[in-house]
Design a protein around this ligand. Structure first.
Ligand SMILES: Cc1ncc(C[n+]2csc(CCOP(=O)(O)OP(=O)(O)O)c2C)c(N)n1
Ligand code: SF4
Length: 284
C-alpha cells in the first residue's frame, strides 16, 4: 500500500503561509490515494516558485526551462506511456512564457495532467503582473495598474476542446485532492488550474478574497459534458468564482494515434544498436 510518507518530507524555499504548501499536500495525497508509487510517477516543471514543487517530492523529476514544463512531459509520456506524468507550472510559466506549449498540447491531447499554481502574479521574480493578473492591479512594474485583458485559462482550454478542464482552490485541500485524482484518472490532457494565494506579492487575491468568492459546482447544477454551458460557467468571475470540473470530453489521446506504442512502451523495446548506428550514419 502506498502512503503519503512514501513521497517524503523536504525543507522548502517557499514563504511560510504560501498556498503552494496546500497544493503540495493535495498532490501527495492524490498520488498516494490512487496507489501510485513514487517510481511510477514523473513530475516535470519549468521555472517559478510553483515549479519548485517537484523538488519537494520523492519521485521521478525533470525541472527544465521557463515555460517548458510540457515538452519534457509529453516526451517522457511517449517514451514510457505507463508512467503517470504530471506537469507542474505557474500562471506566468504556463500561460505566458509557455503559452504556445499549452495551446498545442491541449490540441494534441497527451494523457498527462497539468497543474497550474495560478497566483495571478509572477512570484519568483517578486511581483510583476502575469497573464491572469486582475485589470487595474498595481504592482512595482505596473505602477498605474494592469491594463492588459486578463487571460481566462478555463475559457481558452474549453474553446480548444480540452479533454478535461477544472479549477481548484489551495484553501480547500480535500476538494483539490479529489480534483487532482479525477484529472489523473482521466485519459487525456487534464487541466487543473489552482487558485493559489501568493501572500508576499499579491495583496489583492488573498486567501480571504478567494474564500469569500469561491463555491463548488454541485452535480445536477452543472453538467461537464455540455461544452457551451461549461464555457459560460468558465466566464463567471468576480463576486462568485466556481470550482470543480467544468468540462470533460473523452476522445483519443496523442498516444492512441501512435501505432508504435501498441506493442509496448518505447523504453521497453530493445533497439538493435547496429540499426541505430546505421541510422546515425545516414544523417551524420
Ligand atoms: C526565458 C526566461 N524569461 C524570464 C525568466 C525570469 N522568470 C523566472 S520565474 C518567472 C515568473 C514565474 O512566474 P509564475 O510562472 O507565475 O510562477 P510563480 O513564481 O508565481 O509560482 C520569470 C519571469 C526566466 N527564468 N527565463
Ligand atoms: S513569493 Fe509568493 S508564490 Fe512565492 S513562495 Fe512566497 S508566497 Fe509563495
Amino acid at each position: 500500500m502506498v502512503s503519503v510518507e512514501d513521497y517524503g518530507e523536504f525543507e522548502t524555499e517557499w514563504c511560510p503561509g504560501c498556498g503552494n504548501f496546500m497544493i503540495l499536500k493535495a498532490v501527495k495525497r492524490a498520488l498516494a490515494e490512487l496507489g501510485k508509487s513514487p517510481d511510477e510517477v514523473l513530475l516535470t516543471s519549468g521555472i517559478g516558485q510553483s515549479s519548485k514543487l517537484p523538488h519537494y517530492l520523492k519521485c521521478n523529476v525533470f525541472n527544465g526551462l521557463h515555460g517548458r514544463s510540457l515538452p519534457p512531459a509529453i516526451g517522457a509520456k511517449v517514451a514510457n506511456h505507463e508512467l503517470t506524468v504530471l506537469a507542474v507550472t505557474g500562471d506566468g510559466d504556463c500561460y505566458g512564457e509557455g503559452g504556445n506549449h499549452f495551446l498545442h498540447n491541449v490540441r494534441r491531447n497527451p494523457n498527462i495532467t497539468l497543474i497550474v499554481h495560478d497566483n495571478q502574479i509572477y512570484g519568483l521574480t517578486k511581483g510583476q503582473a502575469s497573464p491572469t493578473s486582475e485589470l487595474g492591479m498595481k504592482t512595482k512594474v505596473q505602477t498605474h495598474g494592469v491594463f492588459n485583458t486578463p487571460l481566462n485559462p478555463l475559457s481558452l482550454a474549453i474553446s480548444l476542446d480540452c479533454s478535461f478542464v477544472s479549477r481548484g482552490f489551495a484553501g480547500d485541500v480535500a476538494h483539490l485532492t479529489e480534483l487532482i485524482k479525477k484529472a489523473i484518472q482521466h485519459k487525456g490532457f487534464s487541466l487543473v488550474d489552482v487558485l493559489q494565494p501568493c501572500i508576499s506579492f499579491n495583496k489583492l487575491n488573498t486567501f480571504s478574497w478567494y474564500s469569500e468568492r469561491v463555491y463548488k459546482m454541485e452535480e445536477g447544477d452543472h453538467s461537464p459534458d455540455d461544452r457551451i454551458k461549461a464555457f459560460e460557467r468558465s466566464m463567471e468571475w468576480g463576486e462568485r468564482i466556481p470550482l470543480g470540473v467544468f468540462y470533460v470530453n473523452e476522445k483519443p489521446t496523442f498516444e492512441d494515434h501512435l501505432d508504435v506504442l501498441k506493442s509496448g512502451t518505447l523504453v521497453g523495446n530493445k533497439s538493435d544498436p547496429q540499426k541505430v548506428d546505421e541510422l546515425l550514419d545516414r544523417f551524420i
